[in-house]
Design a protein. Structure first.
Length: 158
């Protein structure tokens, strides 16, 4: 089963992670959305990550801001691909989140995307790409999506 988990550290992160969910909806991919704080709900984090594969998830998209420990902590507890989305913060426009997620120690991989909306959308596209490796129908849908994106770009400015 191709199911994706969209997890985030707090309710306020949903306004960014919603973009990933919207794109997964467009591709008719099942997902669950969950709030899992690395600091405020560590037992929830541990239980989720340790059981993610058994719960039929194929990819985890993890959005976090500030210290942004969620993606790395989840990646340390699962073998599933974890895609990290840095959430824009008030402190440094998300640079702190980006650096926290991208600077993982050897052996704890997190695929880190751009800060904010672009990162959320690209995380969904990367998850779709991963799932499409074993799903010809989904692969065709992804090719069609990319072709539509390409054809929407004008050759001459208006």
């Amino acid at each position: 089963m191709n199911k994706i988990a969209i997890i985030m550290g707090s309710q306020s992160d949903w306004k960014t992670m919603q973009f990933a969910a919207d794109l997964l909806d467009d591709f008719e991919i099942k997902y669950d959305k969950l709030i899992i704080s690395a600091h405020r709900t560590p037992e929830r984090l541990y239980e989720f990550a340790k059981n993610a594969k058994q719960n039929s998830y194929s990819v985890i998209i993890a959005g976090a801001g500030g210290s942004a420990h969620l993606p790395g902590m989840v990646a340390s507890l699962t073998t599933l691909p974890v895609l990290g989305v840095p959430i824009e913060s008030n402190f440094s426009n998300g640079l702190d989140s980006l650096l926290s997620i991208v600077q993982m120690p050897k052996g704890i991989p997190v695929g880190t995307l751009a800060v904010g909306k672009a990162g959320s959308i690209n995380a969904a596209l990367l998850a779709i790409s991963i799932l499409s490796l074993n799903d010809p129908t989904l692969h065709k849908s992804l090719v069609d999506w990319k072709n539509k994106q390409t054809s929407s770009v004008d050759k001459i400015p208006k």
